[in-house]
Design a binder for this molecule. Sequence first.
Ligand SMILES: CC(=O)N[C@H]1[C@@H](OP(=O)(O)OP(=O)(O)OC[C@H]2O[C@@H](n3ccc(=O)[nH]c3=O)[C@H](O)[C@@H]2O)O[C@H](CO)[C@@H](O)[C@@H]1O
Ligand SMILES: C=C(OP(=O)(O)O)C(=O)O
Length: 424
Amino acid sequence: MAITTATERIRTIGGRVLRGRVAIGGAKNAALPAMAAALLTEEECVLENVPLLEDVVVMTELLRALGAEVDLDTERHRVRIRAADIESFEPPPELVARMRASFLVTGPLLARFGRARSIPPGGCQLGSRPVDVDLRGFRKFGAQVEVTESGFELRSGRLRGCEIYMDYPSHTGTENLLMAACLAQGTTTILNAAAEPEIVNLGQILQDMGARINGLGTSRIVVQGVDRLRGYRASVLPDRLEAGTLAIAAAITHGEVILDHVREADMAPLTHKLREAGAEVWWSESSMLVRAPGPLYATEIQALPFPGFPTDLQAAFAVLMTQAQGRSRIFERVFNDRLRYTSELQRMGARIELIDRQQAIIEGPVKLQGTAVRALDIRSGACLVLAGLVAEGETIVLEAHHLRRGYEDLVGKLAALGADIHYA
Ligand SMILES: CC(=O)N[C@H]1[C@@H](OP(=O)(O)OP(=O)(O)OC[C@H]2O[C@@H](n3ccc(=O)[nH]c3=O)[C@H](O)[C@@H]2O)O[C@H](CO)[C@@H](O)[C@@H]1O
Ligand SMILES: C=C(OP(=O)(O)O)C(=O)O
């Protein structure tokens, strides 16, 4: 698997009803921190259920550039990492610029080797995305943090356990500080921590490595530092965002789809909103059935940290709102510029009024019209693909390479459920 740079397009002819069964893969946002955590030990770490995504390839190359041995087995969806001999403490800027999770190597490097250097991380352009929470936390641990022209220079002796109050429950910030705390001397308490399932997954992997952590999944995480960590053998949790995208696809096409390998608790925010909008959701162990035989109704979503509605499904849910009867409302409370995709939906005929950069009103139902639209990032790309499923005629999603960062074969999975969709 190589990193793609070519501009790709996805073509869809709308109007097909999705039916069938699909297996959900491992979560990108859980696989990436788990890979970074391998830097905390010289022992081998083995991660299963790894999704084959561009971001996973980027993390593979980034860890190799630091000196780790990394074997990504694409047949088995498995990665083996051994970070015995680290040669560099500076991940290559061109890789750091590609995704937010690249910054997750700084916490482990600082905790184990006492040094790290990085440019600010890249990722989807969703408004302001600082790493202040991480830097303030590193300083609390006793590290020297120098902000240079190109980025950040971090140095420390052994980190000292401390109490950290996070001004915002940053997702990757919590992960970075949690990993660092595992090797700090003494007790660290992280207050106002984020509680996303991917963070809990990381915490459980760290526990498997010998870390002593309490309070995972709550806003108060307490870590008793240890002198060393061992390797792990773990599995990536199912991707609630892939599952959510396909669940919304089933609802808007008035189809009936079973999603296998999904965790009910992780899907609760979406399940509530789908039901409120008139879709049916049934659970049987780790399978989720979604069907929408009748009309869809207007609803409101507020994107918030977990267990709030996931911001990464906000754009996909907007497509459902275009198909729902009445006036729906979106309030994006996590990022300050994550509604830019609405202008692409408007080009397809969606009736959307932007109140400001974080609020939109959507009137439905509207028959969307296929046309050429542009993916701006991973989730806006998925949103436009979904819009194409219900649009009249042909939709071409330009710059569809963004989707490969976060979805393993979304096009193939939708086609297997009956969509008329292919790469062009
Ligand atoms: C790789 C990964 O896991 N990415 C996810 C992660 O991004 P990410 O970790 O970037 O999300 P954060 O929780 O850090 O950011 C959310 C909000 O917090 C603010 N903030 C963040 C850090 C900081 O120091 N100060 C501050 O104010 C940001 O400006 C933003 O408005 O969580 C997001 C929210 O669930 C998801 O959309 C991303 O898919
Ligand atoms: C925002 C995302 O990724 P990143 O944090 O890398 O930009 C995402 O997965 O939707």
